[in-house]
Design a protein around this ligand. Sequence first.
Ligand code: HXC
Length: 253
Amino acid sequence: MISVDFNDRVMIITLTRPDALNALCKKLITQLNAALDQAENDTRIGAIVVTGSGKAFAAGADIAEMKNLTFAEIAEKDFIQPWERLARCHKPVIAAVNGFALGGGCELAMMCDIIYASETAKFGQPEITIGTMPGAGGTQRLTALVGKAKAMELCLTGRMITALEAEAMGLVTRVFKAEDLLKEALATAHKIAQFSAPVVRMIKEAINDVAEVPLISGIKTERRMFHSTFALEDRKEGMSAFLEKRAAVFKNR
Ligand code: HXC
């Protein structure tokens, strides 16, 4: 249901369930989480790209798998909770959205740090049209990215938007021609992976704090993290390399 490839220091995770437009069933999420564990435990991996196949990134949670579940069953199992694994990944993740990113598919993309999209990609939170609502952070992350008015319209109507509209709203980072999407995502992933891994991790953590802690504590934590980069050999090397007009050689320590 997924395939995992390695390109130098980048792990590429491809959702490969095209017959169901990569609908996110339990098995697929289990495989995705195992790949993320693997990436997180492998010091050679500096960045992750998540992409789809066929005409979808992912068309949402698997409706067939959910259809007969009762409230008691999903509440008891805290259904969807395992999806948050992606949002908790400490390594940078780029979503390369090649087609439909709907419902849980859009939510999965929003758990990533950067969203690159092909011109033909489509985004939306259509849960309302099937009698339910976003359940994997859609109301929260979408609102943080695009603001209340736009999030309300998207979630209350289920309207699908183009990649360009999503970019204008702040949901998507950049839009590329379909044939360039993966190449561009990989180029950015390689670029990030060449930097000092502890510094990359601190930047990701500090930016994610914005959504989770009040500004005053976020600013303090950011300053402390900045101070702590001075405990790294990589910080000294980066600044020395700049002044010596040469490329830095980071050792992730
Ligand atoms: C299960 C799905 C699916 C889904 C598509 N398929 N989306 N199966 N779950 N979310 C299946 C179809 O049943 C069909 O199977 C095959 O994929 C191709 O889909 P078609 O509809 O024939 O394709 P097309 O006409 O091109 O339409 C594409 C589409 C449409 C507009 C994306 O498939 C669609 O509206 N899908 C549902 C989108 C949605 O509502 N997502 C939100 C899900 S709820 P067969 O066997 O007939 O070929 C959700 C909850 C999130 O995500 C909250 C918790 C995470």
